[in-house]
Design a protein around this ligand. Sequence first.
Ligand code: FPP
Length: 248
Amino acid sequence: MQSSLQLIKNDLSPKLHVAIIMDGNGRWAVSRGLPRIAGHRVGAEAVRRTVTACPSLGVGTLTLYAFSSDNWRRPSAEVNALMRLLKIFMRKEIANSLKNGVRISVIGRRDRLSSSVLNAIETAERATINGQTLHLRIAIDYSAREAILRAAKRLSENPSNYQSLNQGTFSQLISDSAQTSAPDVDLLIRTSGEQRLSDFLLWECAYAEFFFTNRMWPDFDANDLASAVNNFLARDRRFGGLSKVAAS
Ligand code: FPP
């Protein structure tokens, strides 16, 4: 039997922007009698699998919700472990990213990150800046509402921007920089059975298709991504207009 991963290869669409809320690490670990941190560690392996699977599935931009601004409320041991994992990921992924044409960038606030995490991020961003195959965006200390507010503040600081203000220019203002900017999200995936947006990419998901799966993030693999993309490709995106069939 063909796997869904093989099926999709015959049906490549223009490069997609997929965003993922990687949920369920804690429950995955607790259900196995492990500390929550173990779930995050195995979750980092799922990140590597997912990144590797993207190019052959037609995904050109992948945005991962790794640490929300509300996650600072978690116990400091868990926050520290997550920061450590992010730092290790940034350092370890440079070689792989260079080999596979992956450009790493980070969205979110940077002023509350430790200097070692910041350093690892900036090093990874600089080293991989020419990657053309996949833009991997990792959201750290990220809040979509805060990003929209920051854009509004930038606008008010430079009123000449009002003349040229439209959805496109506002999208640019929301991006932290040209390096991190990306097209709107096509497909938003959330794992672990939860069905909410949790302050993730509110502006960019205006016309995103949502895909919810009960799979816990540490178990997520290339076939899960392929199923989500296949499901997305079968949908009729109308953007408020009519479907091609109805319009003809
Ligand atoms: C949500 O699950 C997950 C997070 C808050 C962290 C996500 C981090 C990783 C997958 C690992 C590091 C990331 C990278 C990019 C290397 P949860 O802890 O809220 O799970 P629960 O809802 O079951 O408690």
